[in-house]
Design a protein around this ligand. Sequence first.
Ligand SMILES: Nc1ncnc2c1ncn2[C@@H]1O[C@H](COP(=O)(O)OP(=O)(O)OP(=O)(O)O)[C@@H](O)[C@H]1O
Ligand SMILES: [Mg+2]
Length: 294
Amino acid sequence: MIGGAIFKQSGVSLMGEYASLVGEAILRQRTREAEHAARIEAELANRVKSEFISNMSHELRTPLNTMIGFSKLISEHDKRRLPDAEIVEYAKLINDAAGHLLSVINDILDISKLQSGRYTLDASEINVEDVLQLAYTANRNAAREADVSLDLEVAANLPLIRGDAAKLRQAFHNIISNAIKFTLQGGAVKIEAIRLADGGVAVVIRDTGVGMSPDEVKLATTPFGQVDGKRTRWREGAGLGLPIARSLVELHGGQIRIQSEKGRGTEVGVILPSASTINIREARDVLLGNGGVS
Ligand SMILES: Nc1ncnc2c1ncn2[C@@H]1O[C@H](COP(=O)(O)OP(=O)(O)OP(=O)(O)O)[C@@H](O)[C@H]1O
Ligand SMILES: [Mg+2]
């Protein structure tokens, strides 16, 4: 009887020891796995970070160098006696560079505000056709310079929607300027707006440009993500236009859908809900995870 109890006791303690050994082994394995995952994540974050820093310093430095170089030339006018036409041309280059610099800085501020949820919309009843017309006009010159045709077709029965006209214009501008920027000479960009059955509006921006693979589409909508993120990429930009456009449309309770095929072109669909179904504050709360409509 006593021997059995001892046996039982030592059996229990052996089992206990065994269990704690297994437990420790599992813990060690989990720690190894977690360390591995953290290392991979850190490597990826580092790569994105260094690509981002090199892109951004390029984006900020290029216009600054233009401004410094040409303003220096103008300031040395006494020594060089520049012709008037040249001075005017340098002043225009400085002005363009300063405008570009301001828009990059504004984009950085916008994305950080959008990400922190400190972005507010100034909503009213708006006519999407007017908004599209402004974005179309602002991009006409760029299309002409790139030798890309740009067309706008708006259905006659487009309903009014509730939204912030300036913010929607910014979103459409970003999408249209991408379509032009990533389309080769002789290509076409078409903007079409139609009324949806539920009273909302769908705007589709189609291009015959370089297109993207599904993975590239995912990258393109991530802040600072660019399909060819290296310094050698063939188009300028900070990689903020599309993520800003997406966040602005989502703040309106809308959606952006991208369909693209490498080498064939891209179609960006923007769906905006009708004035009666949207409640901008609720849509924003949902996006920020503060509750609201489901
Ligand atoms: N219509 C398109 N066709 C092909 N690629 C596109 C298109 N739109 C976006 N992309 C890809 O998605 C990336 C991200 O676009 P996004 O507008 O965010 O940045 P960007 O145009 O490079 O710079 P930014 O808009 O900040 O000046 C682009 O660099 C490009 O690789
Ligand atoms: Mg862009």
